[in-house]
Structures are given as structure tokens and as C-alpha cells.
Ligand binder design. Sequence first.
Ligand SMILES: NC(=O)c1ccc[n+]([C@@H]2O[C@H](COP(=O)([O-])OP(=O)(O)OC[C@H]3O[C@@H](n4cnc5c(N)ncnc54)[C@H](OP(=O)(O)O)[C@@H]3O)[C@@H](O)[C@H]2O)c1
Length: 269
Amino acid sequence: MAAAKASSIELSGTTYCILTGASQGIGRAIAVEVSKLLGPKSLMLLLARNKDELAKTASLCKSANVEVIYESIDLSKANISQMNDLIKTSLKGRKVSDFDTGIIFHNVGSLGNLAVDTGRMENVPELREYYDLNVFNVISLNTQFLKVFEDVEERLVIVNITSLCAIKPMSGMAYYCSGKAAREMYFKVLAEEKKHVKVLNYSPGPVETSMIDFVLSEAVNENLRDVFNSFKSQNTLLKPEVTAQKCMKVLKLSNFSPGEHVDYFDDEI
Ligand SMILES: NC(=O)c1ccc[n+]([C@@H]2O[C@H](COP(=O)([O-])OP(=O)(O)OC[C@H]3O[C@@H](n4cnc5c(N)ncnc54)[C@H](OP(=O)(O)O)[C@@H]3O)[C@@H](O)[C@H]2O)c1
């Protein structure tokens, strides 16, 4: 990891936090870990489709300091005004300047079609839908966050949950790798332009979530199946809470350069 480049990120003040993909897996674990750090009068907005599971995450985040709001939304279909309304409504009349820090975790993600050979990808509407969720609407939501919090931009922190697949090709995962690469690069360019906003690309490592089961049930590529089978058989998958705690540590120490890709397995910070 690079030498210290940013001042420390403090979540112990009054904080506004948005987290996508909060209904399960890594998103739920991040929500829980973040909620433990937030100061009085903080507000969390949790997003995903499954309302019951969002309610469960919200109950796990309950604390005297934090008001937790959740909204069921299909982020592959959400439009700009819906996203803007969602953020503004969640503020419940409070001013953005009431918050010492505003943080967004872009954690939502899907794997795409794992049953098609990379040399036979031609279903453009399907690819478009994949990019809508994983790239275009991530950018769109981020833009709404920046617009709503425009007056306090220097208080903002943006965390993109990325993957080793954003920087290293993995056979059989062309949807996922290309989407993660595009998404990560958008945040890198943003970080380059807005040095006063803290932007982190955090790669959580291989984590025991439903994504792993999806790969094992859907993947046609043998190399991909072998890699994921070995994660399972050798018990090398991380627990969601372990990687979520590391993400909090990376944020707290802020020892990363703008938009840097920091992996779970990177040297101790
Ligand atoms: N697991 C790993 O090994 C691993 C490794 C590297 C990076 N990552 C990244 O970590 C992030 C979280 O992954 P995970 O393993 O925790 O996956 P997961 O268990 O499948 O969770 C994905 C989350 O995204 C939400 N989501 C999916 N489609 C959505 C849609 N159309 N609209 C709104 N929300 C939607 C899901 O909620 P609903 O179904 O309720 O909508 C769920 O909360 C992803 O960005 C993934 O790429 C994971």
C-alpha cells in the first residue's frame, strides 16, 4: 500500500452513510461494522431488493447513535430522479451540513452470465442489463450522492467494493471482470479529479457468500470451477465480517492514495 496520502477518515462524528447490496453477504457485514463506529445522530440508508433481509440487516445495525432506514429498490432499473429522491428523502429535512462525514459504499454486484464462452458473447441486451446494475447505475447513484452533498464535498468518502477480477483476468468471467474494471476505473478518474474527496477501491478477497455458490452452480469454464472448488475444499474463503473489519481498518488509517485498489491481502497497514 502507498505511504499515507489522506488525512484520517473519522466516522465517529455525525455521519450519513449509504450502502448498496445491504441485504446479505459482504454488504450486510459492512453495514454492521460501520454501524458500530458511527457517532450520535448518524443516519444509514440501506439499499437492495429484498425488503425482509434489509430489515434483518437494519436490526443488526441498531444502536443509540444511528437511525437506520432501508428501501427496497432494483438498482438495475432505478432512474436518476428515483435515486436523487431516495437520498433527499432519507435526510428527513436535515441539512447536509449537519453531518461531519458522508460516506457511500458501492457494494452491489452480480456475476453476469457464467454459462457463455467469452468467444461467444453476443447477447447485447443481457450485457447492457449487466452493465446497468454493475457500472452505469453505480456511476449514476454516485453522481446523485455528489450532487446532494455538493456543499460539503470535502467531507465525503466513497468506497467502491471491487475485486481482484478488476485488475486480473479470470477465465469464464468476462461480464464480471470487464464490469469490475470499468467501475474501478471510473472511481480512479473521479479520485484524480476530486482530491478533496476520499475515494477507495476495496477488494474484499474471496468471501463466503451466495456469489461463490452461484459460480459453482452456473460456471461452464473448467478453470473457473476448479479455482472456486479449491476455495471451498481448502477452506480459504473469508467470513464476510472479517473482510468488513479489514475495510474499516483501511478506512480508519487512510493509508491509501486517491482511488487506490486496496486488497484484503495487502500488507498490514
Ligand atoms: N464474495 C466474494 O468472494 C467477492 C469477492 C470480490 C468482490 N466481491 C464483491 O463484493 C460485493 C458483494 O458481494 P457478495 O459476495 O456479498 O454478493 P451477494 O451475497 O450476492 O450480495 C449481493 C448484494 O447485491 C444486491 N443486489 C443484487 N442485484 C441487485 C439489484 N438488481 N438491485 C439492488 N440490489 C441488488 C443483493 O440484494 P438483493 O438480492 O436483495 O437485491 C445483495 O445484497 C460485490 O460487488 C462483489 O462483486 C465479492
